[in-house]
Design a protein around this ligand. Structure first.
Ligand code: OGA
Ligand code: NI
Length: 366
């Protein structure tokens, strides 16, 4: 029995470490038959009170679904650009349909990432790693990327694969999803170019502005697995955060649980078959001088019997030593720069030191 705060701290660290070293992930905890979650997964009361059904949820709101059909025709393109500008400056989130990625590719991707997480622990454990130097490792599997930094753990395991600019060696990628990940990389790179062009046009800057700034070069994929949680009202799937990137392309299966913050309220991102979810990250909020908004989001702990699978691809700037900040085209005496300039090296160092639920853009605010 812990008698003071220090003892409690010590117990928690020990418990977390034991879980980490077991390499079984939350999937392994569920498979072991637990009916209550370990204490280090329990979130503080202020977070839990916000998860309660009916608390600050706006069931009447939906993030926009934008149809990309005919994106290269002049008429359709200007309508699409308007919708994208609207979505990026309000929610910072939207879904796209008719995006050109075949349905079969989406299904195969979900199934193969699910397949990886459902492999025996011995196979997954070979990829289990965290800590310094992760940026240079092509493939890693871990439960809770920020396990040691966060106040409470989340009910999720993640397979991380480096895609661009230097993709993980193909033979490092788990065999069960190797071909699918290679195919995904190709499709999402192509789509990333289309999207960045549309987002630039929405800002009224040159179509290739972000591409020229190498904003499509550095890409990383996270394949998340959210198993059924025995006590979903005590924890989360993924804590409240914004993405530390330019933009993110997310594929989710049909289980649901992702929510976006809109003012004081949370809005469900309901699964739309065949759709991909796009969100603005911290860097694009800064580059756009806050014309676009980095969407705040979270994932509820999964209460469904089905595990939930989602795949996020983060687009980041490849040039590490160039200065990034609000685009000069978007700065005027009426609208001065809201952020100072910084290098990606600095941005990354700050990101790796903070918790996932902090807000990085505030650091660069003028
Ligand atoms: C993320 C993320 C959402 C999801 O990986 O940053 O927000 O639905 N994922 O898994
Ligand atoms: Ni995110």
């Amino acid at each position: 029995m812990a008698t003071n705060v220090d003892d409690e701290e010590y117990d928690r660290v020990k418990e977390v470490k034991k879980f980490d070293e077991s390499k079984i992930g939350v999937k392994g905890l569920v498979d072991s038959g637990i009916t209550t979650i370990p204490r280090f997964f329990v979130h503080p009361p202020d977070v839990l009170s916000q998860l309660k059904p009916g608390s600050k949820i706006r069931p009447d709101l939906v993030i926009p679904t934008i149809d990309l059909s005919g994106v290269d025709s002049h008429h359709n393109r200007s309508l699409i650009v308007d919708q994208i500008r609207q979505a990026c400056s309000s929610f910072g989130f939207f879904q796209i349909i008719n995006h050109g990625v075949p349905l079969g590719v989406l299904d195969r991707m979900i199934e193969s990432i699910k397949g990886f997480h459902e492999e025996p622990t011995e196979i997954k454990a070979r990829f289990y790693t965290r800590g310094v130097g992760l940026g240079s490792i092509g493939v890693s599997y871990v439960s809770n990327v920020d396990l040691y930094n966060s106040k409470a753990a989340s009910w999720k395991d993640t397979l991380r694969i480096k895609l661009g600019s230097k993709m993980a060696d193909h033979d490092q990628i788990p065999e069960i999803c190797r071909n699918e990940v290679i195919e995904w990389d190709r499709e999402i790179k192509r789509l990333g170019e289309v999207l960045s062009g549309l987002m630039c046009e929405g800002l009224g800057v040159e179509t290739w502005r972000l591409k020229e700034m190498t904003c499509l070069e550095d890409t990383t994929m996270l394949g998340h697995y959210y198993p059924k949680c025995p006590q979903p009202d005590l924890t989360v799937g993924l804590a409240y955060h914004t993405d530390p990137d330019v933009f993110t392309v997310l594929l989710q299966d049909n289980v649901g649980g992702l929510q976006v913050k809109y003012g004081e309220y949370w809005v469900d991102v309901k699964p739309v078959p065949g759709a991909l979810i796009i969100n603005v990250g911290d860097l694009l909020q800064i580059i756009s001088n806050e014309v676009y908004k980095s969407g705040e989001h979270r994932v509820l702990a999964n209460s469904s019997h089905e595990p939930r699978v989602s795949i996020a691809v983060f687009f980041n700037a490849g040039n590490k030593d160039d200065l990034y900040g609000p685009l000069p085209e978007l700065i005027s005496s009426e609208k001065p720069a809201l952020y100072r300039q910084f290098t990606m090296t600095d941005f990354r160092t700050r990101f790796s030191k903070r918790e996932v639920d902090g807000f990085l853009s505030n650091y660069y605010k003028l």
